[in-house]
Design a protein around this ligand. Sequence first.
Ligand code: C2O
Ligand code: CU
Ligand code: CU
Length: 420
Amino acid sequence: EDADHVEYTVTAKAGEVQMLPGKPTKTWGYDANVLGQTIVFKEGQHVTIHLKNDLPELTTFHWHGLNVPGPYVDGGCHAPVYPGETKDIEFTVKQPAATLWLHAHPCPETAVQVYKGLAAMVLVRDAQEEKLPLPRNYGVDDIPVILQDRHFNRQNQWDYEADYDPDGVQGPTAVINGTVNPYFDVTTTRVRLRILDGANRREWRLHFGDDHEFAQVASDGGILPGPVYFTHLMLTCAERAEVVVDFSNYAVGDTVTLYTDDTPLLAFRIKAKNDNGHGELPEKLVDIPRLVPNPDLPIHKVIMSGMDEEVMLDGKKFDMQRIDSTQELGATQIWEIANTNDMTGGMIHPFHVHGGQFQIISRNGHAPYPNELGWKDTVGVNPREKVRIAMRFDFAGVFMYHCHILEHEDGGMMAQIEVI
Ligand code: C2O
Ligand code: CU
Ligand code: CU
């Protein structure tokens, strides 16, 4: 057996979870009642995964942010796995250490399936990240924080159809890692949080109750060039941020809570202060080669427009039979993504491309935010904003690109590119 080959089965299945007092909540998950066990890959590893569907309807297994060939391995709309079926995929992990995720992506049922619980975290580890002074003892000082929100009806159920909103289904109750009112027992001076906005539409404005400062050390596709310090951090749908929190100034017995706006999300209870020996974070973490767009290529313009049922991408609704654009394999091209929504209080559209990580060049001609200087696969595009990115594909095939408000995606704010 080749040591660099791993084989897994990932089963999508139905379950139920005691989330509130009273009736358990009916949910879906990956080898779990809700969400799924974190899947850990190593760079360079050759992976075989048996995708098993034990659900009563078709699903797909999309590896959001993973650099794999499209469209079957990537697991978008083109890769249905029917009830009772098992399908195999194979790929080699070819990207730096990062926090990615797996979620269902059948079109147009992505939103309802993710809402029911079909999402899990996926980590890539590599030798470069292992040399950095970052916490990485999974479950002890390195933890996933999957942010979702739900409406529980009087029977404690998530009734997607009853709560349907074409601009995205949301609920008043924060559900973090599939748990209502969660807490985490801190035993070390520093903790690394791998935060994923796994909500259908909500953006999160994260801060601690006392506005304690924390350091963002990674964005969607990997470690940032250097830590960026925040007291408040916003994440839009599908975005990830790895942050390191220094709890050393708190006393054993203290509790400090992470909030979005005024809603408490996750309580950190200081139980011990074992020094996990990292001291101050270095100013510099990794070198990220900047993608250089080919000046001979035109700018690929993408327009996200409309609200509710009127959402469109480039003035059209998604059609799986239509290829909307092409790009040459290995070439770097500038994409300019416009959010033409000019209503006051208009929505941020989180724009996502399958098939690779990109770099943000500018927002309305201005430099991107300091925590956007690393690899990204999703970018929040504000109303009346044009975001330029440098995009390169390392695999051929057909890939989707879309708004990651899942009801906008299912509503047709999506297109596909063929990489040739
Ligand atoms: Cu996270 Cu097309 O998806
Ligand atoms: Cu994706
Ligand atoms: Cu949108």
